[in-house]
Structure formats: structure tokens, C-alpha cells
Design a binder for this molecule. Structure first.
Ligand code: FCB
Length: 443
């Protein structure tokens, strides 16, 4: 058991240049629904049996009204950077112009961060697609990629020097697979024929946005945030090894290989024609636009066995697990970073999310989340191990700044290093938040 977060004394992660931050996303914390257009998560939450506790994002952490206090909170943790996302339906009107009120809201946030020398890492799309675009097919409609380019173009022109880094998309795997293939996330569409089509339009949107960011915002770090759940075989049998490799291509490499190699994994040709994406000439070159950094989100690994019908079958994760049921296996983090570095010519990597849901209890105003401290201790050191093996990692963001709307889990799963009492909206820094602060400020 660690009470402190520690790294080897000569670790690069103890240098002042290493960027430490906390991360959030618009729909998960903001509320403030009345002053923006509806998004697919509003509609999804209004659909019965989608969210574990039947909740929605109407109030969330009320960050829309409490952002000033929340930035004080962020500052008090001593971080170098804050990763936030922009709500597309808050800043762009239905006719595709800037909504000045929504823009002003984020400008105030960005100006306040700047005045405190906190670097703003801005994600343009963290899953809150305007509902009117979903009504026209959402990510199954190629036009949505061009709508995204328009949004990225307008917003990057007005934000200017306020931003340190842009990410086009957060976790396109989740948007495509969870949203348009298994339907556990908004917009809740189910069908194997949809996932890869949605993924292609998301990646096209990324490439188109990279073009405008490179032009409008050449001095920011421009890139993308991908999530990885490394795939391990259940046994050493060739069948299980092949099953895990197929799953890895389907879930992980599918989203990174096009960015660096300009092509999809070879399993593309083995998918039924009806499940394949609609790739137009020139798309892959757009998608493979050079990037200034790669954002990597890591939480857990997955274990697979061979399956006659479906190529692979995911088995239940072994112990130890977090409160959301994800196995705690930090070694996969190191192995992931090292393997990506071997496979691709990576730009500098930022860990844009890492963290754990734990069953927190607030007792006498204190949250003693030793389990989360242990998770951070193991995973920070797993990143350090990857750095020692030659991976260039320039920063690390804890997910999340505070407990928030955890998508299909609603408010039941707490990922924050700050506890949120949803009745009173009182924030309390957990032991993990204090340990993180100590690590950062004692460098
Ligand atoms: C990631 C999401 C983030 C959060 C964490 C737990 O997939 O990017 O919004 O929900 O998982």
C-alpha cells in the first residue's frame, strides 16, 4: 500500500517539463442544457433502459455555472494542464455558424486557464454530436465529416493562442463501435454493418480537421486521442493467439494504423462486403495527415479465446478489478506503449486518460481512496517503464478531475480524484487527488 505516489528518482516524469494534467469532457460535467442544442446523448438518456441509473446530463456537475470555482480547484491541485472538451452543439448553430454565446463561455474558460498558466488541451469531439446531424444519419453519413471540418475551422480561428493542444476526436472506437455497432452508447444503433462505416467517417472527419488545424493553428499541438484495450490470448494455443490478434486489429489497430500507415489492418478484406466502410479515393491520404502528438487513453486489457462463429470471444476479466469491473493490469500499459512505438513512427505521446472507478465513501468530509492511489502508483510507473524502454511520453492526464456522468453507467461509477456530492455539488479532493498534487508539486 502506498500513501504517496512515487517514481524512480531519475525518472523523466519527475522533470518539470513533463506535463501533468486532469481531464474532463463537456457532456459529463457541464449541464447547462438549456443554452445549447440537443445532442445524441440527451436523446439516448431519454430512451428507456439505456443508462444504468436512468440519469442524464441535464445537471451533471453543473460545471456550466461553477466553472470559475472548478478552475480554482484545478489550479489548487497544481497541474500544468487541463484537458477539456468543447460541446459542438453549444458553439455551432443548426445552420453551421458560430453561436457567440457558447463561444464566449469557452473563451472565458480558456482565458482564465491562460491567466493561471494552465495549458489548455482542447478536445473538439468527446461524443456529443448535435442531434440534428444524427437526424441526417450521424456518423453513418459522410457529410458529418465535412460538418465537423466546418466546426473545427470556425472554432480554431476564434480560439487562437488560448489553446495549447487540440485533439480532433476522443476515442473514435467508442463512438463507432459502442454507438453504431453494439448500441450501448448514443445513438444506440446496432448492427455489424454499421460500426466500420461510422469509424471511417470519424477518421475522415479527423483528417479533414487536421488540415484546417494545421492551417489555422500551426502553433498548437494538433492530434487525436485514441483508447486502447490491449488484447491477450487466454492460452498459448495458436487459435487463442490468432483470436486475440484479430480482436486487436478490430478494436485497436483499426483506429491507429490508418493514421500512420494510411491503410486499415489486413482483416478488412476478410470482413463481409456489407460490413466494410465506404472508402473514397483520397480518403486514406486525408486520414494519414501528420500529427504533432498522439493521445493515448488506457484503463485495462481484455483476454480472448478462439470462437468458431465470431473469430474471438472475450472472457470475463480476472481479479483484481475496479468498481466498473475492469481488470487492473498495469503491465499491459507498458507493453502497449512499447508495441505502438515499435509498430508506428509515433510523434510524442501524451497519456490523455488513465484512472479508475472505485466505490468511494466520504466519511467526515474525507475520501480515503487508497485503492485509487494504488492504481495511479502502478500505472504512473508503468508509463515510466515504457519511457525507459524508449517511448517518448511527454505528459499524463488523470481521468478524471472530478466524479461525473459516466455514460451508460450514469452517476454510479466514480472516476474523480475529486469527490462530487451531486445533491449539493460540493467538491472534496480525495486522497488520490492530494497524492497527485504532492507528486506534481514536489518535482
Ligand atoms: C473513456 C472516456 C471518458 C471516460 C472514461 C472512463 O472511454 O473517454 O469519457 O468515460 O472512459
Amino acid at each position: 500500500m502506498t500513501v504517496k505516489l512515487t517514481l524512480p528518482t531519475q525518472s523523466k516524469m519527475l522533470s518539470k517539463d513533463f506535463v501533468y494534467g486532469v481531464a474532463t469532457a463537456s457532456f459529463q460535467i457541464e449541464g447547462g442544457k438549456a443554452s445549447r442544442l440537443p445532442c445524441i446523448w440527451d436523446t439516448f438518456c431519454d430512451t428507456p433502459n439505456t443508462i444504468a441509473d436512468g440519469s442524464n446530463g441535464e445537471m451533471a456537475c453543473d460545471h456550466f455555472n461553477r466553472w470559475q470555482d472548478d478552475i480554482e480547484l484545478i489550479d489548487s491541485i497544481g497541474v500544468d494542464a487541463y484537458r477539456l472538451s468543447i460541446s459542438w452543439p453549444r458553439v455551432i448553430t443548426e445552420s453551421g455558424e458560430l453561436n457567440q454565446e457558447g463561444v464566449a463561455y469557452y473563451m472565458n474558460i480558456l482565458d482564465t486557464l491562460k491567466s493561471k498558466r494552465i495549458k489548455a488541451f482542447v478536445t473538439l469531439y468527446h461524443w456529443d454530436l448535435p442531434q440534428h446531424l444524427e437526424d441526417k444519419g450521424g456518423w453513418l453519413n459522410r457529410e458529418t465529416a465535412y460538418e465537423f471540418r466546418n466546426y473545427a475551422n470556425l472554432i480554431s480561428k476564434v480560439f487562437g493562442h488560448r489553446v495549447h493542444a487540440y485533439a480532433t476526436l476522443n476515442e473514435p472506437f467508442c463512438s463507432a463501435f459502442l454507438g453504431y455497432e453494439v448500441g450501448t452508447h448514443a445513438p444506440g444503433i446496432i448492427g455489424k454493418e454499421f460500426g466500420k462505416k461510422a469509424a471511417h467517417h470519424l477518421l475522415l472527419a479527423h483528417g479533414l480537421a487536421m488540415e484546417v488545424l494545421a492551417k489555422n493553428s500551426p502553433n498548437t499541438l494538433n492530434g487525436i486521442v485514441l483508447n486502447f484495450t490491449p488484447c491477450y490470448p487466454e492460452s498459448e494455443s495458436l487459435a487463442d493467439i490468432n483470436a486475440a490478434a484479430f480482436a486487436d486489429d478490430y478494436f485497436n489497430q483499426w483506429y491507429i494504423k490508418p493514421l500512420f500507415d494510411g491503410k486499415y489492418p489486413e482483416i478488412l478484406s476478410t470482413l463481409p462486403a456489407a460490413h466494410q466502410p465506404d472508402i473514397h479515393e483520397g480518403d486514406m491520404a486525408i486520414i494519414a495527415h501528420s500529427m504533432d502528438y498522439l493521445g493515448v487513453n488506457f484503463y485495462t486489457r481484455a483476454i480472448y479465446r478462439a470462437d468458431v462463429d465470431e473469430h474471438f470471444l472475450q472472457i470475463d476479466p480476472p481479479e483484481p478489478r475496479t468498481d466498473i469491473g475492469w481488470e487492473i493490469y498495469p503491465k499491459a500499459f507498458t507493453e502497449l506503449l512499447v508495441s505502438l512505438n515499435e509498430k508506428y513512427r509515433l510523434p510524442p505521446v501524451y497519456i490523455t486518460e488513465n484512472g479508475a472507478a472505485m466505490a468511494d465513501k466520504i466519511i467526515d468530509g474525507v475520501v480515503n481512496d487508497q485503492d485509487r492511489v494504488d492504481y495511479y502508483q502502478q500505472h504512473l510507473n508503468a508509463v515510466n517503464d515504457a519511457i525507459e524502454q524508449g517511448v517518448k511520453v511527454d505528459g499524463y492526464f488523470a481521468w478524471s478531475l472530478m466524479d461525473n456522468f459516466e455514460w451508460a453507467e450514469g452517476y454510479l461509477k466514480r472516476f474523480g480524484i475529486v469527490y462530487v456530492d451531486y445533491e449539493t455539488q460540493v467538491r472534496t479532493i480525495k486522497a488520490s487527488g492530494l497524492a497527485y498534487k504532492a507528486l506534481i508539486t514536489n518535482r
